[in-house]
Structure formats: C-alpha cells, structure tokens
Design a protein around this ligand. Sequence first.
Ligand SMILES: Nc1ncnc2c1ncn2[C@@H]1O[C@H](COP(=O)(O)OP(=O)(O)OP(=O)(O)O)[C@@H](O)[C@H]1O
Length: 649
Amino acid sequence: MNKKILIVEDESLVAYDLKLILTRAGYKVCGIADSVTEALEIIEEQKPEMVLLDIFLKGNQTGIDLAKILTSKNIAFVYLSANFQESILERAKATQPYGFLVKPFREKELLITLDVAFYRHQNSIESKLRQEQALELVFKNIVAEPIPWKQKLLKIAMSIQPHVPFDYLTTTMKNGVGFPGNAISFFRTGFDEYQVIGTDEFVNITKTNRDQLKQMQDGSPRTTKADFYNAAGFAKIWPEFPVKKLIAQVFNMQSFLGLPLLSSSGDVIQFSFYSRKTDCYTNDHLILLDRLHRSLLMAIEEIIPLDAPEPLVTRSDKSTQGELREKNKATGFKDIICKSHQMLTVLDHIGIVAPLDTSVLVLGESGTGKERIAKSIHYLSFRKNKPLVVVNCASMPATLIESELFGHEKGAFTGAVEKRTGKFELADGGTIFLDEIGEMPAELQVKLLRVLQEQEIERIGGKGPIKINVRIVAATNRNLEKEVEEGRFRLDLYYRLFVFPITIPPLRERKDDIPVLANYFLERYAQKSGKAITGISPNVMNQLLDYHWPGNVRELEHFIERSILLTDGPVIKDAYLPKLQGKKENPVYAETATDRLKTIDEHARDHILDVLKRCNGKISGKDGAASKLGLPPSTLHSKMQKLGIKKWE
Ligand SMILES: Nc1ncnc2c1ncn2[C@@H]1O[C@H](COP(=O)(O)OP(=O)(O)OP(=O)(O)O)[C@@H](O)[C@H]1O
C-alpha cells in the first residue's frame, strides 16, 4: 500500500512540485495545507503516516506548533524550510523531527530523507512498544517478589527511572489524609542507590515539623491531571504548592512532573517526579506514563497497603539500602566511575539501549569516556559472549580503512599477498565500535550505509556480498550536524546512526564526578607504582574542582598518574595543573551547566564522605580517612563537624 504523506506548505508552487516528486516515487499525497488549522482537518480525515512541514505558514501558528500536536498523535514529520536560523533550529530540534530539509533541495535528497524518516519512525515505534511491554512485565514480577512493600515500590521507581528520569520521587499514597502520614520519597544518590525518605527524615532534612507540612499540603489544590513544569515554569507554581517549593529548594530540583493515579476505591495516588535538570520533562514522558497508567496503577494497588495510614511512615531503610549498594556493584557499570546526575542519566540510557540491538551513536569531547560507554553497551547486550571489535577510523590511512573493515581476497590489489578477514567479519555475532566515525572518508560512508541497511559486506576483490550480523556502535567528538551541513558526512548515514544518540557531558559540566574519579585513579596508580600514597589533600581537590579539564577524564587520569610519580609523602599535596589561561573569556570553557554550582564546602563534604566510605567509616590510624586526606584526625573531626557530617552517612 502506498504510504500517505501530507504536505504543509504555504508556497503553492513548492507544494505542487513536492506532490509531483512524491507521487512519481510511489507515495500517496493525501492533501496540501497552507495553515495549521487546515492541516489538522486533513490529519483528522486522512490520517497521514508522514507530514512534510514548512515552519512559516499562513495564520498565527507555525509548523513548530503543529509538530507538537503530531508528536502527541505519533505521526512522523520532516521539516522543510528555506533558512534555519539558529534560534529556530533549536526550537525545531526540540520537537524531535525525523528529518530536516533545507530549501531548495534535490529530488534525491528529499527521497532519501523520507526513507530515513520512515525507517526511524518505525524503529522508534517498535522500540517504544518493546519498552512498554518490558516495563509491564517488570511491574508484574516486582509485585510477585517476596519482599516488603516499600522495597517493591522502590523497585518500581527504579524500573521507571530510565524512561522518566528523576533525582527525587515522592509517592503520596492517599489524598485527603494528607502529606505527613502517607508519603514516601526516594532520593537518588548513585546508579542503583536511593535514600528512602519517610516523614521523619523529611521533616528533619527540611527543618520543618509535621503540622507545618500538613498545613502546606492542605492549602495546595488537588491535581487530577498529569502535567510537567520545567525551570521558570516550575518556580511559577511554587506559591500554590509550597511542599514542591520546599523540595525544590532543599534538594536543588529544577523540573517537576506530577502523575495522579485514581485508584478503584476513589483515592488518588500521586507520583511526583523531580529532576535537577532544568528542562528534564517533555510530552514524551507524559505519553509513556499515560500508556503505562493502567499497569502501574494495578501494581501500586497490589503493593501499597492503602488502608494503613500511619505504618506507612518509614525510617530510612538500612537493609534496603545495604542490599541496593551490593546490587550497585553488579549493575554491569563497574568500570564507569561516576556520581553526577548527568552521568547517571547516561547510564540509564545505556541500560535502555544495550539490549535493544539498535545502532548507537556516542557523542562527546575527547577523553570523556566514549570507548568505555561503547564497551558497556556491548557487555550489557545479549552479544556479550561474542567479539567486540574496536576500530579507530582516524588512525588509519583512508586507503587502508576499506580493507581493514571489509577484508580483501588474495591478489585483490598490489600488495594483497594474503587473503585478509575484515573487522566486520571478525565482529560477526558481536559488536563493532567505530571510533571517530566523523573521520570516515566519503566513499566508505556509502559502504557503511549498505552494511547498516542490508547487513552485508563485500571483500575487496570478492565474488559477492557476505551476510553478517553485527551491531554498530559509533562515536565521534565532532559536531556531526555541522559535518553534514558542510557536506563531509552523509545525511542518510547520519540519520541511520542517529537512531539512539548518547551524549557524554564534558567533565567540567559534571564536577560531582571529579572526586570519585580522582580517588579511583589514585588507588589504581598508587598500587601500580608500588607507592603508599593514599589520599589527596583538600586543597588539591579544590583545585581539581576548579580546573576546566579540556582533556576531560583522560587528562584527570594522567594528572593523577603524574602526581603519584612526583609525590613523596602519603598524600598528594601539590597540583601541577596548567594555568587556566583565558578561562573566563574562552566560551569553550564557559560554565555551560545549567544546574546550580556546588559551593566549595559542598564539594569538600562530598570528598570527605567519599573517603570515609572507602575507609569504612574509620577516621584515625594508617587506613583511616584522616591519613588519606593528609590531615590530623582532630582536624578532620572538626571539619566534619563544621560540614555537618555526623559519621559515615
Ligand atoms: N567514567 C569513567 N570511569 C573510569 N574511567 C574513565 C571514565 N571515563 C573515562 N575514563 C578513562 O579515561 C580515559 C579516556 O576514556 P576513553 O578513551 O573512553 O575516552 P574517549 O571519549 O573515547 O576519548 P577519544 O575521543 O579521545 O577517543 C580512559 O583511560 C578511560 O578508561
């Protein structure tokens, strides 16, 4: 059956031209609209599978407005525009289109973009369906587990985390009875680590009392509809919802998504997701939660004792957290050291994509850990017992890459004295990691596209195609969109690879990772060098936190390795870091993180807590935290007191 396409374009000549090309290529053009209103009428009547969408249209609404409606209806769309100014491009990109076409475009370009858009849409529908089905099954299994209800609730929250991210989640059990007795919260502190916060802990942390809380809660309007608020929009609702304001301020939360579930007995069970990211929540999250609504409600009703208000008040559940910590070690991310919420989100995304077998594109500056991420995708997939083959596209001369990737027959070219098996064949059944994909020569890009489309390769001088079964994980530190724009990277290949992009933030935007990474490298290189160096002084740690790390984790690793060689005592006390030249002026190093920056005290607190944890809470003695930090135990004691660290928290 011919695929149905709607053209939304206010220039009738362009629209007519498009219609001709599309009809010739076998598509069915089910209408031409020049405004959003007209487009909506045609959509209602014709149900197109794809919309070609101009941005500026007749009437008050733009193509971007229509795009949001199309997303909620799950209809794919491709933008057409004469010029993409950066601000418009940003807004258009936020609607997650399946492609962009810049006018004037060639017929071939249009058809390829459409082909890729259909492919991506189909892929995303399938992967969304698979995700939903998998989650429903997970809920059912959790309900059946012989564990206490609080732990089940936490497990449900953790299973939702990769799909609807949160740093803090409150479940309010029963409307009317109000907040203090019936809420339980989970505050994320590590990949699979959550602090369980019951009412007692909540009033302690927020320095309030139960009466005040009840008053705040009772004064807030009831919400009956799922909705989300990001950044300034979130702050705007604070006057009406003082408890949300309290949580936002105390835990530094920037976005909020509320999901009320109406139980069969008429009670409302409210899920409140909070995130430290300023623009965390989107319509996609609402759509997913809407689809999961029934199975989530059924699971919650099964596990929560709704008629028992007071026993729901919980203390931080030591055994639950202990078990979780154990599990954290077994999550498959043991080689990726991180603590920041940005990296925890990256790990969530890996958890989603690893078992799906789609191609993945890992983006990030040099040294951010792209190769590590690629490896964990392989080891968390069902291909883990098959080969992982790593190819660096930048380190090989263009003339050699083809035979390196696809192999050659004996005598295929001068110098081909032996038959050679290419990397793709070596990776059969497993994963190939194409590092620095942005450096791949244009003629090889076409061949790679064929591998992605047909799952087959051809050896140089070979007799015909050979079927292979390889998953591709690619990485680049280049801005691939710019490469496409400037004609160095194929648009069709870009879209095939862009099915699931994972972006790793630079180290300077995730300072919470610096202390944990520094301590990790310290342990590793001290052991390797045979030196008894056990700590980093607070002064050096502050300098590490302040530095902009253009070489990211690799630079930090080398810094620690070098410092170990240069240090005589048990503690690194000098930071041999390059001067921060032009830090302020250079926009590359400008602080781009949208989150509130931590104070030095907060970082010092994290660092001390991290060291205490490694020393199992021991302060004095050779293996104690004081010695690792290069401080006398009494000084550490007073620092801990000043920073409000009671013991090992
Ligand atoms: N989260 C992490 N935990 C532990 N080690 C890390 C982490 N991230 C990076 N590293 C280490 O930092 C170094 C650089 O990482 P990697 O080679 O994966 O970066 P990359 O982004 O692929 O770099 P490039 O773009 O230059 O190829 C490696 O030694 C890696 O082991």
